[in-house]
Design a protein around this ligand. Structure first.
Ligand SMILES: [Zn+2]
Length: 569
């Protein structure tokens, strides 16, 4: 899947550091022995939050090659400086480990940076106006994609229809998604290319929304989106490379030094491999292709977290259900504002036995499972599968993950902990969905919605991320969301379901060491300690010293990955 030299190079680099650690003398934190080798990088005048309970704060660190060789006081690090050492003066600023986003759609995110932007279109008319403007600037026949529209911003909230955009797009296919990625709006050109008519059946796990005459409105939900997706021309190699480079630059500017890419295309991994071989990756990547293709990885002997420090595979992404915004998240009880439905199990879950068999076999092959589950019944079903897997194959360190884990039935928290399932969560969704979630699922169910406090108190491990492109990639927005739970509409300044707030330190820990654990890389990164990869970020302000409300305005000043500066403001 990639050139073996990548792995060789990584192995040789780590051997070199191991030798250097030996020659420098491994000693207690208060080590004063003079090193025999100069560091490649020294960071000074810093307020370092190490994430290491044994020494939580330090003021300087040194790295050789990719790895940290010393963390401590200025006088401990001083001797590591040589003539060729690059010295980064942090100017007294806060330094934290690089952020590891446990759940991104990296190529879609990179493409989104170039796509039509509908996220803050405040009315259907504004959505129509922006698409008309984009159509004018788009060659006939070329697709308009992306969008991230949000019908919940509109008064009243209602789904858009193709009539809104048809007149301005007579020869331009349009397929723009809701920001959660669980439904999209097609114009009539796109529906025609896809062959979707009033006679098209709803696929399992999907819905073609129809008007009172039975005609498709243009809205396709979940599995029904594939009708149009399959007629969109595939991204070229250059297009993919461009999107990934955009995404990497964006990540570097935000202090994101590792990303875990959920359901990548095989071609995405190919581009990552090329960039890794050329030494051009500026974020470390763990790729989790769809579980339906688990045998592709298993048959060549790939196990969880297989590869180099820069690029690894061996994880699998699956879907239990849809999303809250699209009323397709799968609940035990109907939606309060859509009593005819309690959501949908995904097409992968139909029938359940087939999904169970695949997950058991994939786990037995040593692959890691990361399953999207949002509604309480969807989550419960995946916890059942987790128990089935343990029953079938025994206890081991498998680090199964539930992605999102949004609405947990009260009885399932203890099970979550007992089964050692990791909750891979995206706090920004809480301040976004928090605007309208209670209308949708009522006052009782919101008590255990985005329940980060309860999860931590129950002993469940958290990994943090954003789900970018669904939410902003910026870690400061995520930490702000976790610590304040202040919804985007400004209506809950004291926090929406405030009992579920977590502290800044807890959020940061989950975003660094927690996410590293979730990708079997906790021995490699996630804290700033000797021997770990030198992935770190200098922040404009001290997130521990300012009011949590101000964290969303904090900027990244410098991003360092593998001992190299990859971004400087
Ligand atoms: Zn996702």
């Amino acid at each position: 899947m990639w050139h073996p030299t990548t792995i060789m190079r990584a192995r040789m680099a780590s051997q070199r550091v191991a030798i250097l650690l030996l020659t420098a003398g491994v000693c207690a934190p208060a080590c004063t022995r003079v090193p025999r080798t100069a560091a490649d990088l020294v960071v000074t005048h810093a307020r370092i939050w190490t994430g290491d309970a044994a020494r939580p704060e330090a003021s300087a660190l040194a790295a050789i090659g990719e790895r940290i060789v010393a963390v401590g006081a200025e006088n401990e690090i001083g001797p590591w400086r040589g003539d060729a050492t690059r010295v980064v003066d942090a100017g007294g600023r806060r330094v934290v480990p690089g952020f590891d986003d446990a759940h991104v759609h990296f190529v879609d995110g990179g493409r989104q940076l170039d796509n039509v932007d509908l996220k803050d279109a405040d009315s259907p008319e504004e959505l129509a106006r922006r698409i008309a403007a984009r159509a004018k600037a788009t060659a006939a026949g070329e697709w308009i994609l992306g969008g991230d529209w949000d019908d919940q911003r509109w008064t009243p909230a209602r789904l858009p229809t193709r009539e809104l955009i048809d007149a301005s797009t007579p020869s331009t296919p349009v397929f723009v998604n809701r920001y959660d990625g669980h439904m999209s709006l097609a114009n009539s050109v796109a529906l025609r290319l896809a062959g979707v008519t009033r006679n098209t059946a709803d696929p399992p796990g999907g819905t073609v929304v129809r008007d009172e005459h039975g005609e498709p409105t243009g809205i396709l939900k979940d599995a029904a989106m594939s009708y149009v997706d399959r007629v969109i021309p595939p991204l070229s190699y250059e297009g993919r490379l461009h999107a990934i480079k955009r995404a990497l630059a964006h990540a570097a500017s935000l202090g994101v030094t590792s990303v875990q890419h959920m359901n990548p295309d095989a071609n995405d991994i190919g581009v990552y491999a090329d960039l890794a071989n050329r030494g051009e990756l500026t974020a470390r990547i763990y790729a989790a292709p769809m579980e339906t293709g688990w045998q592709d990885q298993a048959k060549v002997g790939i196990r969880r977290s297989f590869g180099s420090a820069w690029l690894r595979v061996g994880a699998l992404k699956g879907y239990a259900d849809g999303s809250l915004g699209s009323t397709t998240a799968y609940f035990f009880q109907p939606y309060d504002d859509a009593p005819a439905t309690r959501g949908l199990l995904s097409d992968e879950m139909q029938p359940l036995d087939a999904m169970r068999t695949r997950l058991v076999e994939a786990d037995r092959a040593g692959l890691q499972l990361c399953i999207h589950a949002i509604g309480d019944a969807g989550i419960s079903q995946i916890l059942d599968f987790s128990a089935d897997i343990i029953r079938a194959s025994g206890e081991r360190d498998r680090r199964m993950r539930i992605e999102h884990a949004q609405h947990i039935a009260p009885a399932d928290f203890d099970r979550f902990a007992a089964l050692k399932v990791i909750a891979s969560v995206q706090p920004y969704h809480a301040i976004d969905d928090g605007r309208w979630a209670e209308r949708r699922i009522g006052p009782e169910r919101i008590k255990t919605t985005y329940a980060f406090r309860t999860l931590l108190d129950k002993g469940v491990r958290l990994a943090l991320g954003t789900d970018w492109f669904v939410a902003p990639l910026d870690p400061m927005q995520t930490i702000y969301a976790a610590a304040t739970r202040a919804t985007l509409d400004g209506r809950n300044p004291g926090g929406w379901v405030p009992e579920q707030k977590i502290t800044v330190a807890e959020a940061l820990t989950a975003y660094t060491a927690g996410s590293a654990y979730a990708e079997f890389q906790d021995q490699e990164k996630g804290t700033l300690t000797r021997g770990k990869l030198a992935d770190l970020v200098i922040l404009s302000d001290d997130i521990f010293g300012i009011a949590p409300e101000k964290i969303k305005d904090v900027k990244v000043v410098t991003t360092i990955v593998g001992g190299k500066v990859v971004f400087q403001r």
